[in-house]
Design a protein around this ligand. Structure first.
Ligand code: VG1
Ligand code: CO
Length: 542
Protein backbone atom coordinates (compact mmCIF):
# COMPACT_ATOMS: atom_id res chain seq x y z
CA UNK A 1 0.00 0.00 0.00
CA UNK A 2 1.31 3.42 -0.92
CA UNK A 3 1.81 5.69 2.07
CA UNK A 4 2.47 9.43 1.99
CA UNK A 5 4.54 10.51 4.97
CA UNK A 6 4.79 14.11 6.18
CA UNK A 7 8.38 15.19 6.81
CA UNK A 8 10.51 18.22 7.51
CA UNK A 9 13.70 19.15 5.63
CA UNK A 10 17.29 18.76 6.84
CA UNK A 11 19.78 21.51 6.15
CA UNK A 12 22.83 19.31 5.52
CA UNK A 13 21.96 17.36 2.40
CA UNK A 14 24.34 19.06 0.02
CA UNK A 15 25.86 16.47 -2.29
CA UNK A 16 29.68 16.74 -2.58
CA UNK A 17 32.01 15.48 -5.34
CA UNK A 18 30.63 12.02 -4.98
CA UNK A 19 27.08 12.17 -3.63
CA UNK A 20 25.94 12.64 -0.05
CA UNK A 21 28.27 11.27 2.64
CA UNK A 22 27.61 11.36 6.37
CA UNK A 23 28.10 9.34 9.52
CA UNK A 24 25.89 6.23 9.71
CA UNK A 25 24.14 7.74 12.74
CA UNK A 26 23.07 10.72 10.65
CA UNK A 27 21.62 8.44 7.98
CA UNK A 28 19.74 6.59 10.72
CA UNK A 29 17.97 9.80 11.77
CA UNK A 30 14.25 9.38 11.10
CA UNK A 31 13.37 10.38 7.50
CA UNK A 32 16.96 11.38 6.66
CA UNK A 33 17.54 8.87 3.86
CA UNK A 34 13.89 9.06 2.78
CA UNK A 35 14.07 12.85 2.38
CA UNK A 36 17.13 12.59 0.18
CA UNK A 37 15.75 9.80 -1.99
CA UNK A 38 12.45 11.62 -2.45
CA UNK A 39 14.36 14.81 -3.28
CA UNK A 40 16.19 12.90 -6.02
CA UNK A 41 12.96 11.42 -7.41
CA UNK A 42 11.26 14.84 -7.27
CA UNK A 43 13.99 16.31 -9.46
CA UNK A 44 13.70 13.67 -12.16
CA UNK A 45 10.94 13.44 -14.70
CA UNK A 46 9.72 10.69 -16.96
CA UNK A 47 10.80 7.72 -14.87
CA UNK A 48 7.30 6.27 -14.51
CA UNK A 49 7.37 2.65 -15.63
CA UNK A 50 11.14 2.78 -16.14
CA UNK A 51 13.98 0.88 -14.45
CA UNK A 52 16.06 1.92 -11.44
CA UNK A 53 19.26 0.02 -10.55
CA UNK A 54 20.02 -0.27 -6.81
CA UNK A 55 23.03 -1.67 -4.99
CA UNK A 56 25.82 -0.79 -2.61
CA UNK A 57 29.19 -1.76 -1.23
CA UNK A 58 27.77 -3.89 1.61
CA UNK A 59 28.72 -1.57 4.43
CA UNK A 60 26.70 -1.27 7.64
CA UNK A 61 23.15 0.06 6.91
CA UNK A 62 23.34 -1.13 3.27
CA UNK A 63 20.49 -3.64 3.61
CA UNK A 64 18.08 -1.33 5.46
CA UNK A 65 18.75 1.47 3.00
CA UNK A 66 18.26 -0.85 0.01
CA UNK A 67 14.85 -1.90 1.33
CA UNK A 68 13.81 1.72 1.84
CA UNK A 69 14.86 2.70 -1.68
CA UNK A 70 13.03 -0.24 -3.26
CA UNK A 71 9.88 0.63 -1.31
CA UNK A 72 10.14 4.30 -2.31
CA UNK A 73 10.76 3.41 -5.97
CA UNK A 74 7.58 1.30 -5.93
CA UNK A 75 5.54 4.10 -4.35
CA UNK A 76 6.89 6.72 -6.75
CA UNK A 77 5.96 4.76 -9.87
CA UNK A 78 9.12 3.13 -11.18
CA UNK A 79 8.28 0.11 -13.36
CA UNK A 80 11.17 -2.08 -12.30
CA UNK A 81 14.14 -2.19 -9.96
CA UNK A 82 17.27 -4.21 -10.71
CA UNK A 83 18.91 -4.94 -7.37
CA UNK A 84 22.20 -6.72 -6.66
CA UNK A 85 21.81 -9.88 -4.58
CA UNK A 86 22.17 -9.06 -0.86
CA UNK A 87 22.09 -5.40 -1.90
CA UNK A 88 25.63 -5.70 -3.33
CA UNK A 89 26.79 -3.92 -6.50
CA UNK A 90 30.06 -2.15 -7.15
CA UNK A 91 29.98 1.39 -8.52
CA UNK A 92 31.31 0.36 -11.96
CA UNK A 93 28.87 -2.58 -12.05
CA UNK A 94 25.94 -0.19 -11.41
CA UNK A 95 27.21 2.02 -14.19
CA UNK A 96 27.39 -0.92 -16.59
CA UNK A 97 24.01 -2.39 -15.60
CA UNK A 98 22.30 0.99 -16.13
CA UNK A 99 23.78 1.17 -19.64
CA UNK A 100 23.29 -2.46 -20.59
CA UNK A 101 19.66 -2.64 -19.48
CA UNK A 102 18.68 0.82 -20.64
CA UNK A 103 17.72 1.86 -17.11
CA UNK A 104 16.51 5.36 -16.25
CA UNK A 105 19.23 5.64 -13.60
CA UNK A 106 20.63 4.05 -10.50
CA UNK A 107 21.35 4.53 -6.83
CA UNK A 108 24.66 3.41 -5.30
CA UNK A 109 24.95 3.11 -1.55
CA UNK A 110 28.53 3.74 -0.55
CA UNK A 111 30.89 6.13 1.14
CA UNK A 112 33.63 4.72 -1.10
CA UNK A 113 36.98 4.52 0.70
CA UNK A 114 35.67 5.98 3.98
CA UNK A 115 35.48 3.55 6.92
CA UNK A 116 32.20 1.70 7.64
CA UNK A 117 30.45 0.07 10.59
CA UNK A 118 27.98 1.62 13.04
CA UNK A 119 30.42 4.45 13.85
CA UNK A 120 31.66 4.81 10.27
CA UNK A 121 30.33 6.56 7.21
CA UNK A 122 27.46 5.91 4.84
CA UNK A 123 26.67 7.48 1.51
CA UNK A 124 24.31 7.63 -1.42
CA UNK A 125 24.93 8.60 -5.05
CA UNK A 126 22.54 9.03 -7.94
CA UNK A 127 23.65 8.04 -11.44
CA UNK A 128 21.81 8.98 -14.60
CA UNK A 129 20.95 7.04 -17.75
CA UNK A 130 24.47 7.31 -19.17
CA UNK A 131 25.63 5.34 -16.11
CA UNK A 132 27.60 8.27 -14.70
CA UNK A 133 27.19 10.51 -11.64
CA UNK A 134 24.16 12.79 -11.76
CA UNK A 135 24.96 16.01 -13.56
CA UNK A 136 25.76 19.18 -11.64
CA UNK A 137 22.42 20.64 -12.73
CA UNK A 138 20.45 17.67 -11.35
CA UNK A 139 22.47 17.53 -8.11
CA UNK A 140 21.98 21.27 -7.55
CA UNK A 141 18.24 20.80 -7.96
CA UNK A 142 18.29 17.88 -5.52
CA UNK A 143 20.02 19.98 -2.90
CA UNK A 144 17.49 22.79 -3.32
CA UNK A 145 14.62 20.32 -3.18
CA UNK A 146 16.01 18.71 0.01
CA UNK A 147 15.59 22.08 1.73
CA UNK A 148 11.88 22.35 1.00
CA UNK A 149 10.61 18.78 1.00
CA UNK A 150 7.41 18.21 3.02
CA UNK A 151 6.45 14.63 2.20
CA UNK A 152 7.64 11.38 0.71
CA UNK A 153 6.03 8.28 -0.77
CA UNK A 154 6.85 4.79 0.43
CA UNK A 155 5.34 1.36 -0.13
CA UNK A 156 4.36 -0.24 3.17
CA UNK A 157 4.20 -3.98 2.61
CA UNK A 158 6.33 -7.05 2.92
CA UNK A 159 10.05 -6.61 2.56
CA UNK A 160 11.79 -7.96 -0.49
CA UNK A 161 14.03 -11.00 0.03
CA UNK A 162 17.40 -9.67 -1.13
CA UNK A 163 19.19 -12.97 -0.60
CA UNK A 164 17.74 -14.88 -3.57
CA UNK A 165 18.09 -13.99 -7.24
CA UNK A 166 14.78 -13.92 -9.10
CA UNK A 167 11.79 -11.77 -9.87
CA UNK A 168 8.94 -10.63 -7.63
CA UNK A 169 6.59 -7.65 -7.34
CA UNK A 170 6.08 -4.81 -4.93
CA UNK A 171 2.75 -3.19 -5.79
CA UNK A 172 2.88 -2.95 -9.55
CA UNK A 173 6.67 -2.59 -9.66
CA UNK A 174 8.79 -5.55 -10.77
CA UNK A 175 11.69 -6.39 -8.46
CA UNK A 176 14.56 -8.29 -10.04
CA UNK A 177 17.33 -9.50 -7.76
CA UNK A 178 20.38 -10.16 -9.95
CA UNK A 179 23.77 -11.73 -9.42
CA UNK A 180 26.07 -8.71 -8.88
CA UNK A 181 28.96 -10.14 -10.91
CA UNK A 182 27.49 -11.70 -14.09
CA UNK A 183 26.96 -8.64 -16.32
CA UNK A 184 30.21 -7.02 -15.24
CA UNK A 185 32.28 -10.16 -15.77
CA UNK A 186 30.83 -10.49 -19.29
CA UNK A 187 31.91 -6.94 -20.10
CA UNK A 188 35.47 -7.66 -18.91
CA UNK A 189 35.45 -10.78 -21.09
CA UNK A 190 34.71 -8.58 -24.13
CA UNK A 191 37.50 -6.10 -23.43
CA UNK A 192 40.46 -8.24 -22.39
CA UNK A 193 42.51 -11.12 -23.76
CA UNK A 194 41.50 -13.44 -20.94
CA UNK A 195 43.31 -16.41 -22.45
CA UNK A 196 46.62 -14.53 -22.51
CA UNK A 197 46.21 -13.52 -18.87
CA UNK A 198 45.21 -17.07 -17.90
CA UNK A 199 48.29 -18.42 -19.71
CA UNK A 200 50.47 -15.92 -17.85
CA UNK A 201 49.01 -17.07 -14.52
CA UNK A 202 49.55 -20.69 -15.54
CA UNK A 203 53.17 -19.91 -16.37
CA UNK A 204 53.79 -18.97 -12.73
CA UNK A 205 53.02 -15.22 -12.67
CA UNK A 206 52.40 -14.38 -9.03
CA UNK A 207 49.36 -12.14 -8.54
CA UNK A 208 47.90 -10.81 -5.29
CA UNK A 209 44.68 -8.83 -4.92
CA UNK A 210 43.41 -7.22 -1.71
CA UNK A 211 39.63 -6.71 -1.78
CA UNK A 212 39.86 -5.00 1.63
CA UNK A 213 36.68 -6.80 2.86
CA UNK A 214 34.77 -4.52 0.53
CA UNK A 215 32.63 -4.93 -2.56
CA UNK A 216 35.21 -6.29 -5.03
CA UNK A 217 35.65 -9.63 -3.20
CA UNK A 218 32.99 -11.54 -5.17
CA UNK A 219 34.05 -9.89 -8.46
CA UNK A 220 37.73 -10.64 -7.91
CA UNK A 221 37.11 -14.29 -6.99
CA UNK A 222 34.90 -14.83 -10.05
CA UNK A 223 37.25 -13.11 -12.51
CA UNK A 224 40.77 -13.75 -11.20
CA UNK A 225 40.30 -17.19 -9.64
CA UNK A 226 37.35 -18.89 -11.39
CA UNK A 227 37.88 -17.45 -14.87
CA UNK A 228 41.61 -16.76 -15.04
CA UNK A 229 42.83 -19.62 -12.88
CA UNK A 230 44.65 -17.70 -10.13
CA UNK A 231 44.84 -19.71 -6.88
CA UNK A 232 42.26 -18.83 -4.22
CA UNK A 233 45.10 -17.40 -2.11
CA UNK A 234 45.52 -14.68 -4.77
CA UNK A 235 42.47 -12.81 -3.42
CA UNK A 236 42.78 -11.72 0.19
CA UNK A 237 40.10 -10.11 2.38
CA UNK A 238 37.64 -11.33 -0.28
CA UNK A 239 34.48 -11.47 1.83
CA UNK A 240 32.57 -8.17 2.06
CA UNK A 241 32.06 -7.17 5.70
CA UNK A 242 29.80 -4.49 7.12
CA UNK A 243 32.75 -2.80 8.82
CA UNK A 244 35.41 -3.79 6.25
CA UNK A 245 37.10 -5.81 9.00
CA UNK A 246 37.69 -2.58 10.92
CA UNK A 247 39.94 -1.05 8.23
CA UNK A 248 39.63 1.84 5.84
CA UNK A 249 38.83 0.36 2.42
CA UNK A 250 41.20 2.87 0.86
CA UNK A 251 43.72 1.32 -1.52
CA UNK A 252 46.82 3.35 -0.68
CA UNK A 253 50.18 2.57 0.87
CA UNK A 254 48.85 3.25 4.35
CA UNK A 255 45.70 1.14 4.31
CA UNK A 256 46.82 -1.56 1.85
CA UNK A 257 50.16 -1.99 3.58
CA UNK A 258 49.99 -5.80 3.58
CA UNK A 259 50.23 -6.12 -0.18
CA UNK A 260 52.82 -3.35 -0.37
CA UNK A 261 55.06 -5.21 2.05
CA UNK A 262 54.51 -8.47 0.15
CA UNK A 263 55.43 -6.81 -3.15
CA UNK A 264 58.66 -5.45 -1.69
CA UNK A 265 59.95 -8.97 -0.93
CA UNK A 266 62.17 -10.91 -3.38
CA UNK A 267 59.67 -13.75 -3.48
CA UNK A 268 56.67 -11.42 -3.48
CA UNK A 269 53.97 -11.02 -6.11
CA UNK A 270 54.79 -9.84 -9.64
CA UNK A 271 51.70 -7.67 -9.43
CA UNK A 272 49.87 -6.66 -6.25
CA UNK A 273 46.65 -4.69 -6.49
CA UNK A 274 43.75 -3.49 -4.38
CA UNK A 275 40.43 -1.70 -4.75
CA UNK A 276 38.30 0.46 -2.46
CA UNK A 277 34.94 0.17 -0.69
CA UNK A 278 32.78 0.49 -3.81
CA UNK A 279 35.24 -0.97 -6.32
CA UNK A 280 35.99 2.12 -8.38
CA UNK A 281 39.60 2.75 -7.30
CA UNK A 282 42.76 0.74 -7.90
CA UNK A 283 46.22 0.41 -6.43
CA UNK A 284 48.99 -1.02 -8.62
CA UNK A 285 52.28 -2.28 -7.19
CA UNK A 286 54.80 -4.30 -9.17
CA UNK A 287 57.57 -6.31 -7.57
CA UNK A 288 59.61 -3.67 -5.70
CA UNK A 289 57.93 -1.03 -7.80
CA UNK A 290 55.02 1.13 -6.64
CA UNK A 291 53.22 2.79 -9.54
CA UNK A 292 51.62 6.15 -8.77
CA UNK A 293 48.04 6.40 -10.07
CA UNK A 294 49.10 9.28 -12.33
CA UNK A 295 51.87 7.14 -13.85
CA UNK A 296 49.47 4.22 -14.14
CA UNK A 297 47.14 6.35 -16.27
CA UNK A 298 50.06 7.34 -18.50
CA UNK A 299 51.27 3.74 -18.91
CA UNK A 300 47.77 2.51 -19.67
CA UNK A 301 47.40 5.24 -22.30
CA UNK A 302 50.73 4.36 -23.90
CA UNK A 303 49.99 0.61 -23.99
CA UNK A 304 46.20 0.43 -24.44
CA UNK A 305 46.51 -0.69 -28.07
CA UNK A 306 47.88 -4.02 -26.78
CA UNK A 307 44.48 -4.77 -25.21
CA UNK A 308 41.78 -6.11 -27.59
CA UNK A 309 39.08 -3.65 -26.44
CA UNK A 310 41.37 -0.74 -27.36
CA UNK A 311 43.23 -2.20 -30.34
CA UNK A 312 41.87 0.56 -32.59
CA UNK A 313 43.57 3.22 -30.49
CA UNK A 314 42.25 6.00 -28.26
CA UNK A 315 40.16 9.03 -29.26
CA UNK A 316 41.68 11.18 -26.56
CA UNK A 317 42.55 11.17 -22.88
CA UNK A 318 41.59 13.25 -19.84
CA UNK A 319 42.91 13.74 -16.34
CA UNK A 320 41.72 15.73 -13.36
CA UNK A 321 43.70 18.92 -12.75
CA UNK A 322 45.62 17.69 -9.64
CA UNK A 323 46.68 14.51 -11.49
CA UNK A 324 50.29 14.67 -12.69
CA UNK A 325 51.14 15.65 -16.23
CA UNK A 326 52.57 12.19 -17.04
CA UNK A 327 49.67 11.35 -19.35
CA UNK A 328 50.06 14.71 -21.11
CA UNK A 329 53.46 13.57 -22.41
CA UNK A 330 51.96 10.37 -23.79
CA UNK A 331 49.08 12.24 -25.42
CA UNK A 332 51.50 14.68 -26.99
CA UNK A 333 53.72 11.91 -28.38
CA UNK A 334 50.70 10.01 -29.73
CA UNK A 335 48.99 13.08 -31.11
CA UNK A 336 45.94 12.62 -28.89
CA UNK A 337 43.70 15.37 -27.54
CA UNK A 338 44.19 15.82 -23.77
CA UNK A 339 41.60 17.40 -21.46
CA UNK A 340 42.18 18.73 -17.94
CA UNK A 341 39.04 18.62 -15.79
CA UNK A 342 38.09 19.40 -12.17
CA UNK A 343 38.23 16.58 -9.60
CA UNK A 344 35.35 14.10 -9.76
CA UNK A 345 34.08 11.75 -12.42
CA UNK A 346 31.12 13.68 -13.79
CA UNK A 347 33.31 15.91 -15.96
CA UNK A 348 34.82 12.88 -17.68
CA UNK A 349 31.32 11.57 -18.35
CA UNK A 350 30.50 14.44 -20.68
CA UNK A 351 33.73 13.96 -22.64
CA UNK A 352 33.10 10.21 -22.87
CA UNK A 353 29.48 10.71 -23.98
CA UNK A 354 30.61 13.19 -26.63
CA UNK A 355 33.15 10.67 -27.92
CA UNK A 356 36.04 13.06 -27.26
CA UNK A 357 38.03 10.65 -25.09
CA UNK A 358 38.45 6.91 -24.52
CA UNK A 359 40.54 6.95 -21.34
CA UNK A 360 40.58 9.08 -18.19
CA UNK A 361 41.88 9.09 -14.65
CA UNK A 362 42.61 10.81 -11.37
CA UNK A 363 45.59 10.88 -9.03
CA UNK A 364 43.33 9.44 -6.33
CA UNK A 365 43.62 5.96 -7.85
CA UNK A 366 40.70 6.19 -10.23
CA UNK A 367 41.18 5.12 -13.83
CA UNK A 368 38.66 4.06 -16.42
CA UNK A 369 37.52 4.20 -20.02
CA UNK A 370 34.49 4.52 -22.23
CA UNK A 371 33.25 1.03 -21.20
CA UNK A 372 31.38 2.58 -18.22
CA UNK A 373 30.81 6.09 -16.87
CA UNK A 374 32.57 5.62 -13.52
CA UNK A 375 36.08 4.81 -12.53
CA UNK A 376 36.69 1.10 -12.42
CA UNK A 377 39.16 -0.61 -10.09
CA UNK A 378 39.14 -4.16 -11.46
CA UNK A 379 39.21 -2.89 -15.04
CA UNK A 380 42.46 -1.04 -14.28
CA UNK A 381 43.97 -4.17 -12.74
CA UNK A 382 42.95 -6.18 -15.82
CA UNK A 383 44.48 -3.51 -18.07
CA UNK A 384 47.78 -3.98 -16.27
CA UNK A 385 47.53 -7.78 -16.38
CA UNK A 386 46.73 -7.70 -20.10
CA UNK A 387 49.60 -5.29 -20.82
CA UNK A 388 52.00 -7.46 -18.80
CA UNK A 389 50.78 -10.59 -20.61
CA UNK A 390 51.34 -8.90 -23.98
CA UNK A 391 54.73 -7.33 -23.23
CA UNK A 392 56.07 -10.20 -21.12
CA UNK A 393 58.26 -7.92 -19.00
CA UNK A 394 58.05 -6.85 -15.34
CA UNK A 395 56.22 -3.81 -13.99
CA UNK A 396 59.59 -2.29 -13.05
CA UNK A 397 60.80 -2.72 -16.64
CA UNK A 398 57.66 -1.13 -18.01
CA UNK A 399 58.14 1.86 -15.71
CA UNK A 400 61.83 2.25 -16.54
CA UNK A 401 61.04 2.14 -20.28
CA UNK A 402 58.26 4.63 -19.83
CA UNK A 403 60.40 7.16 -17.97
CA UNK A 404 63.16 6.82 -20.55
CA UNK A 405 60.72 7.59 -23.31
CA UNK A 406 58.64 10.35 -21.70
CA UNK A 407 60.56 11.60 -18.68
CA UNK A 408 59.28 11.22 -15.13
CA UNK A 409 56.75 13.18 -13.09
CA UNK A 410 57.84 12.70 -9.47
CA UNK A 411 54.62 13.07 -7.55
CA UNK A 412 53.03 12.84 -4.12
CA UNK A 413 49.82 13.93 -2.45
CA UNK A 414 49.93 15.09 1.17
CA UNK A 415 46.65 14.94 3.06
CA UNK A 416 46.05 16.87 6.27
CA UNK A 417 42.90 15.09 7.41
CA UNK A 418 40.25 16.19 9.89
CA UNK A 419 41.73 19.62 10.47
CA UNK A 420 39.65 22.41 11.93
CA UNK A 421 37.36 23.69 9.16
CA UNK A 422 37.80 27.34 10.09
CA UNK A 423 41.60 27.01 9.86
CA UNK A 424 41.39 25.20 6.52
CA UNK A 425 39.06 27.82 5.07
CA UNK A 426 41.27 30.63 6.36
CA UNK A 427 44.29 29.00 4.72
CA UNK A 428 42.52 28.87 1.37
CA UNK A 429 41.21 32.41 1.68
CA UNK A 430 44.64 33.80 2.54
CA UNK A 431 46.39 31.87 -0.22
CA UNK A 432 43.77 32.90 -2.75
CA UNK A 433 44.28 36.54 -1.78
CA UNK A 434 48.04 36.24 -2.27
CA UNK A 435 47.97 34.52 -5.68
CA UNK A 436 48.68 37.66 -7.66
CA UNK A 437 51.75 38.44 -5.50
CA UNK A 438 53.36 35.03 -6.01
CA UNK A 439 54.77 35.13 -9.55
CA UNK A 440 58.45 36.03 -9.40
CA UNK A 441 58.84 35.04 -5.76
CA UNK A 442 61.96 32.97 -5.11
CA UNK A 443 61.39 29.95 -2.87
CA UNK A 444 63.42 26.97 -1.74
CA UNK A 445 61.90 25.06 -4.67
CA UNK A 446 62.73 27.70 -7.25
CA UNK A 447 61.03 30.74 -8.71
CA UNK A 448 57.27 30.85 -8.97
CA UNK A 449 56.14 31.45 -12.52
CA UNK A 450 52.39 31.53 -12.23
CA UNK A 451 49.67 31.14 -9.61
CA UNK A 452 45.95 30.84 -10.20
CA UNK A 453 42.72 29.14 -9.18
CA UNK A 454 41.52 26.41 -11.50
CA UNK A 455 38.13 26.84 -13.20
CA UNK A 456 36.68 24.73 -15.99
CA UNK A 457 34.45 25.48 -18.89
CA UNK A 458 32.74 22.30 -20.03
CA UNK A 459 32.39 22.54 -23.79
CA UNK A 460 29.92 19.69 -23.85
CA UNK A 461 27.22 21.06 -21.53
CA UNK A 462 28.52 24.63 -21.46
CA UNK A 463 28.72 24.66 -17.65
CA UNK A 464 31.37 26.66 -15.83
CA UNK A 465 32.85 25.34 -12.57
CA UNK A 466 34.97 27.59 -10.34
CA UNK A 467 37.06 27.21 -7.19
CA UNK A 468 38.64 23.88 -8.20
CA UNK A 469 42.04 24.24 -6.57
CA UNK A 470 44.83 26.77 -6.10
CA UNK A 471 47.81 26.17 -8.40
CA UNK A 472 51.35 27.36 -7.93
CA UNK A 473 53.55 26.70 -10.95
CA UNK A 474 57.34 26.97 -10.83
CA UNK A 475 59.85 27.70 -13.53
CA UNK A 476 60.91 24.32 -14.95
CA UNK A 477 57.47 22.74 -14.65
CA UNK A 478 57.17 21.85 -10.95
CA UNK A 479 53.81 22.43 -9.35
CA UNK A 480 52.04 22.60 -5.99
CA UNK A 481 48.23 22.43 -5.88
CA UNK A 482 46.04 23.06 -2.81
CA UNK A 483 42.45 21.83 -2.56
CA UNK A 484 39.91 21.09 0.14
CA UNK A 485 38.36 17.63 -0.04
CA UNK A 486 34.66 17.29 -0.80
CA UNK A 487 34.31 13.76 0.55
CA UNK A 488 35.41 13.89 4.21
CA UNK A 489 32.79 13.77 6.96
CA UNK A 490 34.76 15.18 9.92
CA UNK A 491 36.25 18.69 9.90
CA UNK A 492 38.11 19.50 6.69
CA UNK A 493 40.78 17.70 4.72
CA UNK A 494 43.46 19.76 3.01
CA UNK A 495 45.02 18.04 0.01
CA UNK A 496 48.39 19.25 -1.23
CA UNK A 497 49.52 17.82 -4.58
CA UNK A 498 53.24 18.08 -5.32
CA UNK A 499 54.91 17.39 -8.64
CA UNK A 500 58.34 17.73 -10.28
CA UNK A 501 58.96 16.87 -13.90
CA UNK A 502 62.33 15.34 -14.75
CA UNK A 503 62.90 15.31 -18.49
CA UNK A 504 64.43 12.50 -20.55
CA UNK A 505 68.17 12.44 -19.89
CA UNK A 506 67.75 13.60 -16.28
CA UNK A 507 67.93 11.47 -13.12
CA UNK A 508 64.95 9.17 -13.50
CA UNK A 509 65.67 6.78 -10.64
CA UNK A 510 65.49 8.95 -7.54
CA UNK A 511 63.38 8.31 -4.48
CA UNK A 512 60.26 10.44 -4.82
CA UNK A 513 60.73 11.94 -1.35
CA UNK A 514 64.19 13.20 -2.30
CA UNK A 515 63.13 14.42 -5.71
CA UNK A 516 60.40 16.65 -4.28
CA UNK A 517 61.91 17.49 -0.85
CA UNK A 518 62.30 21.20 -1.62
CA UNK A 519 58.74 21.40 -2.95
CA UNK A 520 57.43 19.72 0.20
CA UNK A 521 59.08 22.34 2.42
CA UNK A 522 57.83 25.12 0.20
CA UNK A 523 54.28 23.67 0.15
CA UNK A 524 54.12 24.11 3.93
CA UNK A 525 55.62 27.56 4.23
CA UNK A 526 53.86 29.06 1.23
CA UNK A 527 50.39 28.29 2.56
CA UNK A 528 51.21 28.63 6.26
CA UNK A 529 49.92 25.12 6.91
CA UNK A 530 51.16 24.97 10.49
CA UNK A 531 49.86 28.44 11.32
CA UNK A 532 46.36 27.71 10.00
CA UNK A 533 45.94 24.05 10.94
CA UNK A 534 48.40 23.40 13.75
CA UNK A 535 49.86 20.54 11.72
CA UNK A 536 53.53 20.22 10.85
CA UNK A 537 53.15 17.01 8.84
CA UNK A 538 50.42 15.44 6.71
CA UNK A 539 48.85 12.31 8.18
CA UNK A 540 48.52 10.46 4.86
CA UNK A 541 50.99 10.58 1.99
CA UNK A 542 50.04 8.86 -1.23
C1 VG1 B 1 38.24 12.28 -3.59
C2 VG1 B 1 39.31 12.25 -4.65
C3 VG1 B 1 38.70 12.46 -6.02
C4 VG1 B 1 37.59 11.43 -6.24
C5 VG1 B 1 36.59 11.46 -5.10
C6 VG1 B 1 35.58 10.35 -5.21
O1 VG1 B 1 37.62 13.53 -3.60
O2 VG1 B 1 40.32 13.19 -4.40
O3 VG1 B 1 39.69 12.38 -7.00
O4 VG1 B 1 36.91 11.68 -7.44
O5 VG1 B 1 37.27 11.30 -3.86
O6 VG1 B 1 36.19 9.08 -5.20
P1 VG1 B 1 38.01 14.70 -2.58
O7 VG1 B 1 37.03 15.80 -2.85
O8 VG1 B 1 37.90 14.11 -1.21
O9 VG1 B 1 39.42 15.05 -2.89
V1 VG1 B 1 35.39 7.72 -4.58
O10 VG1 B 1 36.37 6.42 -4.77
O11 VG1 B 1 34.76 8.31 -3.31
O12 VG1 B 1 33.99 7.55 -5.51
CO1 CO C 1 35.29 4.68 -4.51
Amino acid sequence: MRDTVATTPFDDQKPGTSGLRKKVARFQTENYLENYVQSVFDCLSGYEGKTLVVGGDGRFHNREATQIIIAMAAANGFGRVLVGQDGILSTPAVSHIIRKHGAFGGIVLSASHNPGGPDGDFGIKYNGENGGPGTQAVMDRVEARSREITQYQIWRDDEVDLSQTGTSKLGSMKVEIVDPVTDYAELMEELFDMDAIAAMFKGGFNFLFDAMHAVTGPYAKAIFCDRLGAPSSAVINGTPKEDFGGGHPDPNLVHAKTIYEAAMRDDGPDLAAASDGDGDRNLIIGKKCFVTPSDSLAVIAANAHLVPGYADGLKGVARSMPTSGAVDRVAEAMGLPMYETPTGWKFFGNLLDAGDITLCGEESAGTSSSHVREKDGLWAVLMWLNILAARKVSVADIMADHYEQYGRNYYARHDYEEVDSQGANDLVTALRASLSDLPGRVTEAGTIQQADEFAYYDQVDESYTEGQGLRVLFEGGSRIVYRLSGTGTVGSTLRVYIERYEPVGGDLTRETGDAIADLITTSRSLAGIERHTGRTEPNVIT
